[in-house]
Design a protein around this ligand. Structure first.
Ligand code: NAD
Length: 479
């Protein structure tokens, strides 16, 4: 018998109408647990519980809030190995990557525990004599948090922690592919001393739970991370209902390699950000833009490095890359390799399904050469271990190609030239720019987000999170 996991509503564990097995993508015979599927009635109960809890929580003692968040962070960090293992088992990133993500989640709660005590306002002179003006921030209200499958503990953490720190009440709807980490996080939160109704977990499908959450009149704001298609629809629904919304979506992140780059460093950071975590990072670099002078050496060295990558069970020691997370994602990855080839790209490495001792969704990382920015493979997010190379003449052409995309999340440059690095930082149209670092891999205490089709609304993480999770009040005080 596998363990059954329920929704957390108004301080109680509540069974939904049915349960879905959570399957390990490294080993399809391994069922991690059964997770309940909620419905619109449960969702409504969660929103009502959050509304009822809001007056006391939003005006309550900030030390109590800080203590609760600190307790959650402490427990996550103490259990990072166990939580990271669960993460690797349900999502497919390697165990060290899973532990790293769990550590990040713990650190985020610790950071926002401190932020509870650091919320400030402004007092400014009034233009009228005898009047004082105060500008303060207040919680937004009840927020709906909708999260994707690729960072099953870090993304829920980076939305829940600021939401609670700034005095909001929460309804979390995690991705239905990976409910395990969200449930484990909810279980930790349930023992943190946070009052009933302040935090609620409702698991289930996007159409069944996500859609009514977005449209519920009791919800004051939606913080969403996921695909551009779903995000765009959510933005429209929020606009119609005049709700605050924040969207973090896909990427088609460029990694420029200039002639003067340190070759070994450029190869390592390109392979890292294109293929590690199975390429399933919104910040993964899927377009390697390489100047003529280093092109031959770089492509050869990348292929040599790719040949050393160990692909296998996410929980096994010494593995570089785990499986793709689901069959539908694997099919999408393979389809895009075929689309790229049909468009004229040359597949020089990987791109096929792999067999291992256990049945899982394994794929050999793919490298496509002779690609152009007009090709679908360079315009649409694949979200798998698939990278394409665009050859250019010089820095100016590389910069133009890097910005030639509907997305704008992260962008990198490998160069030893201060001149080009400085110019790129200013002229890249991405929200995050990396110099001699992988496009993926960011700190937890600074703003995260993109431009163009990658993001909509204010930034997440760090102090900038208060832009979304608070609303500004201007108070005038007469004599
Ligand atoms: P997705 O859009 O399919 O799903 C995201 C979430 O939305 C899930 O919880 C899903 O159940 C829910 N959902 C689906 N339909 C809905 C609806 N009609 N109404 C409300 N909610 C609905 O995305 P995914 O496949 O889980 O994640 C992969 C995507 O996430 C990629 O595009 C990736 O780039 C993006 N992503 C972005 C960031 C970032 O911060 N920019 C981080 C991680 C992932």
């Amino acid at each position: 018998m596998t363990q059954k996991h329920d929704n957390f509503i108004n301080g109680q564990w509540v069974a939904g109408a049915s349960y879905t097995p959570n399957i390990n993508p490294s080993n399809l015979g391994d069922v991690i647990g059964e997770y309940t599927q909620g419905d619109a009635v449960q969702l409504d109960a969660a929103v009502q519980a959050a509304q009822a809890a809001f007056p006391a929580w939003s005006t309550g003692n900030v030390q109590a809030r800080a203590d609760a968040l600190d307790k959650i962070g402490t427990e996550i960090l103490a259990r990072r190995e166990e939580l990271g293992t669960l993460l690797a088992r349900e999502e497919g990133k390697t165990k060290p990557e899973g532990i790293g993500e769990a550590t990040r989640a713990g650190n985020i709660f610790k950071f926002f525990a401190g932020e509870c005590l650091r919320l400030t306002g402004e007092i400014v002179p009034s233009v009228r004599s005898g009047v004082a003006v105060e500008i303060t921030r207040e919680p937004l209200g009840v927020v709906g948090l909708i999260t994707p499958w690729n960072f099953p503990i870090a993304i829920p953490a980076w939305k829940i922690a600021p939401a609670l720190a700034y005095g909001n009440c929460v309804v979390l709807k995690p991705a239905d592919l990976v409910p395990g980490c969200a449930w484990a996080l909810a279980e930790i939160i349930s023992r943190s001393g946070i009052p009933a109704g302040v935090f609620n977990l409702v698991m289930g499908r996007g159409s069944v739970i996500g859609d009514p959450l977005v449209n519920h009149p009791g919800i004051n704001g939606i913080s969403f991370t996921g695909s551009q298609g779903v995000g765009g629809r959510i933005a429209q629904q929020c606009a119609v209902n005049l709700k605050k919304v924040q969207l973090e979506m896909g990427g088609k992140n460029p990694q420029i390699i200039l002639d003067d780059a340190d070759l070994a460093q450029a190869v390592e950071l390109s392979v890292q950000s294109a293929f590690f975590s199975t390429g399933q990072r919104c910040t993964a670099s899927s377009r390697l833009i390489v100047t003529d002078g280093i092109y031959g050496k770089f492509v050869e060295a990348v292929q040599a490095r790719m040949a050393t990558l160990k692909i296998g069970d996410a929980l096994a020691a010494g593995i570089d890359i785990g499986p793709v997370s689901s069959l539908s994602q694997l099919q999408q990855d393979l389809d895009y390799v075929a689309i790229g080839q049909a468009e004229g790209a040359q597949l020089v490495a990987g791109g096929a399904r792999l067999e291992r001792t256990t049945e899982g969704f394994y794929m050999a990382p793919a490298l496509l050469l002779d690609t152009t920015s007009a090709m679908r493979i360079n315009r649409e997010e694949v979200f798998g271990p698939v990278a394409s190379v665009i050859r250019v003449k010089d820095y100016e052409a590389a910069l133009a190609e890097s910005n030639n995309t509907p997305f704008g999340l992260s962008a990198g440059i490998a160069t030893t030239s201060l001149k080009y690095a400085t110019h790129f930082k200013r002229h890249s149209q991405a929200g995050m720019v990396m110099v001699n670092l992988p496009t993926a891999g960011v700190d937890y205490h600074v703003p995260f987000g993109g431009r163009k089709g990658s993001s909509y609304g204010s930034r997440e993480q760090g102090r900038y999170a208060q832009e979304f999770f608070t609303t500004v009040k201007t108070a005038y005080i007469g004599a």
